[in-house]
Design a protein around this ligand. Structure first.
Ligand SMILES: Cc1cc2nc3c(=O)[nH]c(=O)nc-3n(C[C@H](O)[C@H](O)[C@H](O)COP(=O)(O)OP(=O)(O)OC[C@H]3O[C@@H](n4cnc5c(N)ncnc54)[C@H](O)[C@@H]3O)c2cc1C
Length: 413
């Protein structure tokens, strides 16, 4: 039987980050990845902020830089912004995962590819003791003993289920394809809104700087549309706009985006990070920044708990608290705005974009635009534009009253 202070399940950005930060402090760490190669299959559009490069400590995976965006309304009227400087990076997601795992390996993390976490076979028998987990290996089955189990195993987390951490979240089906087509503006991301292509979320098109477009949609599953149908609708709309047929995709992705709040992301001898903990930005579905930052916080808390030989739920709860302190406010506000967004009809969305075409508001978007903290921009826009507030008179006036401490917490409603 193998033994390690910590077992991290999943070598995505969150898992490799947590493993690295624990191993560099001297703890023995095993990182399990069910696939034979870290970084494959890719399930991501790879749009990230500078913060991700800073946390990764490298920019080797960057392929392209973007400084603008065009949002297409349901009736295909564009709203354009140009910052005149880099606001987001397009990365090779496969390489990001590889570089993060390589950094973890340099810190002495033992990476086991082709190893799949199955279940907890024995819980801790006494405070401070270890738990045993069963893993499927290329040669059969094995048992690993560990003091701390970190679930970084993505949207369908088995670790969350085995730790009995309830996840009352929404999972948005997503479909994306890489299309070899470069005859588009190269310095901007395109966002497409409308119920026919992406009810409850949006479609996107991102030039990868290597001659391809990453075109995808996320949708609200309750609308009866399949993500692939939304994607096909988006591609037809883009083909009409560019007056050409797109070549066949060279790669497709089918996955899910977890949206919501997981009430507890820690328990006795266990933590969740990244998509497993739904640490995803609710308005964009981006989870690399949030997952990596959560992994850093989790590693800090776990380090103290391991050193004190106290891996109880009450000790590890410091991770929930630090995470909420740092990113909980942004997440709650984004969830609130998302709830308002899903109520908007296509006509409402057309109207919102019409209002935002005002040059003063466009300047506000450019000045405050930050892909990791979108609610800062939304709040500025609401403060400047009564017409936007009038789209949701009751909900937004309650929101503003709450900000000033005058109304009950509408988020909890
Ligand atoms: C279509 C799409 C586009 C996206 N675009 C962006 C974007 O542009 N920018 C952005 O920031 N985010 C984006 N995201 C979200 C982003 O991909 C995720 O938030 C991010 O991958 C989460 O990282 P993670 O480490 O938590 O989990 P993952 O990256 O999902 O990694 C989990 C790992 O665990 C492994 N695993 C699972 N179960 C087991 C098991 N039982 N045993 C062992 N290993 C296991 C998996 O193989 C995987 O390698 C997108 C998501 C989708 C679906």
């Amino acid at each position: 039987m193998e033994r390690a202070d910590v077992v991290v399940v999943g070598a995505g950005p969150a898992g490799s980050t947590a493993a690295h930060h624990l191993a560099r402090r001297g703890w023995s760490v095993i990182l399990l990845e069910e696939h034979p190669l870290v970084g494959r299959p890719v399930q991501c559009a790879g749009l990230v902020s500078q913060r991700v490069l800073d946390m990764a400590g490298t920019d080797k995976m960057v392929r392209h830089h973007l400084g603008g965006a065009t949002i297409w309304s349901p009736s295909m009227n564009p709203l354009r912004f140009q910052a005149g400087e880099t606001r987001a990076h397009v990365i090779s997601r496969e390489q990001l995962d590889f570089l993060l795992a390589e950094r973890a390996a340099r810190s002495n993390v033992q990476i086991r590819t082709g190893w799949k976490f199955r279940k907890i076979v024995q819980g801790p028998t006494a405070p401070g003791s270890a738990l045993q987990i069963e893993v499927e290996t290329p040669g059969g089955h094995d048992t690993v003993e560990t003091r701390l189990l970190i679930g970084a195993d993505g949207v369908a987390s088995t670790v969350a289920r085995r730790l009995r951490l309830h996840r009352p979240i929404e999972i948005l089906p997503a479909f994306e394809a890489d299309i070899p087509f470069a005859d588009v503006p190269q310095d901007e991301v395109e966002i497409y809104l409308g119920r026919q292509l992406a009810p409850g979320f949006f479609g996107w098109s991102i030039p990868d700087g290597e001659g391809n477009l990453r075109v995808g949609v996320g949708i609200n599953a309750r609308n009866g549309l399949l993500a692939i149908e939304g994607y096909e609708h988006l591609v037809r709309a883009m083909e009409r706009r560019y007056k050409t047929r797109f070549p066949s995709p060279i790669r497709t992705i089918v996955s899910g985006i977890p949206i919501g709040r997981v009430p507890n992301i820690s328990t006795d001898h266990g933590l969740l990070v990244g998509d497993a903990a739904a640490q995803v930005k609710p308005l964009s579905g981006g989870g690399i920044f949030t997952g990596m930052r959560a992994a850093e916080i989790a590693a800090d808390v776990a380090h103290g708990a391991l050193a004190d030989q106290d891996l109880s739920a009450s000790r590890l709860r410091a991770y929930d608290l630090h995470w909420r302190e740092e990113l909980g406010g942004e997440t709650d506000r984004a969830l609130y705005f998302r709830r308002l967004f899903v109520q908007l009809s296509d006509r409402d969305l057309d109207r919102v974009l019409e209002i935002l075409r005002d040059s003063k508001l466009v300047s506000t978007i450019v000045a405050f635009g930050d892909i990791d903290f979108p609610t800062v921009t939304i709040r500025e826009l609401l403060g400047q534009s009564p017409s936007l507030v009038h789209l949701f008179p009751k909900a937004l006036s309650a929101y503003f009253r709450r900000r000033h401490g005058l109304a009950p917490d509408v988020l909890a409603a």
